[in-house]
Design a protein around this ligand. Sequence first.
Ligand SMILES: [Zn+2]
Length: 333
Amino acid sequence: MIALCTSPRFADHPTGPHHPERPDRIRAIFKAVRDAGLVDSPNPFPDFSFNFGLHPLGLPKLLEITPTPADPKWIQTVHPIDMIQRIERICRHGGGVLDQGDTPVGPDSYDIALLAVGAAIRSADAVMQGQARRAFAAIRPPGHHAEPNRPMGFCLFNNIAITARYLQQAYGIDKIAIVDFDVHHGNGTQAVFDNDPDVLFISLHQNPRTCYPGSGHDWEIGHAQARGYTINIPFDPGAEDVDYLRVMDNRVVPELEEFRPQVLLISAGFDAHRDDPLADINLSDDGFEQITRALVAVADRYCEGRIISLLEGGYHLRALGRGVVRHLVGLSA
Ligand SMILES: [Zn+2]
């Protein structure tokens, strides 16, 4: 059983009329998973019409689970209380802009960010308690750019890092791997686990010399006792499915096999798609399914199949909706 954790509330984090990380991203995912016949429940956004070119796939239905807001104590496993309170204060006063302009928030954004972490935690619970073998949380705001001390790059709280801390503290999991295939480097996640050899962080992204946020060079490998537990794999603009899949086979899978995680987390961004407006990597819809299948095979061997995947970026609505569907198909394998 594969779980899908999401909420129409994730459309209530406003970012302004021209921002790529916009509420329609969630509406697109609600529509696409229904067009693909992956869920039964009615669409809470019946007015969102968009042709994804998808048809029912005939796969088993996903287990639909709903999130509740996270207890801020879990946010504090990664972010200091004063940063959390600063974000809450700005939102409660009507909203504003965090992090030099690219991370706008509205009055409800703090609550929605807590709900995003809550969805990640709910997904972790579903997998750890055996309700589902794997789970995908379709959430916003995304998280992987948020550093311990600052929101950044559309991200308020680092959802995936908090999930790893939650698994460590609530379930006593010793070894966790995070694979981040968002086209941008997961700088926030790297910063959280830079000194933690219990968490293997592997990020695949566009070469930082040509892409935001400018970090994620292959020489960034972690510090002190955690040297070697951060792995950055940059791709030059124009890279395609075949390039990613070769790296999955030759590098990512062997590193995971050597580390032997107990749970595999995925920062699933869909902005490495060839149609995405924010970057220059040329993955196809199928590329996302194949990358996911490679990770599923590892999880089945070492993690009792356990994968918790969280949405990060993906800004072309058609590519995002179709990419999420193919990711879910891969997780269902
Ligand atoms: Zn991204």
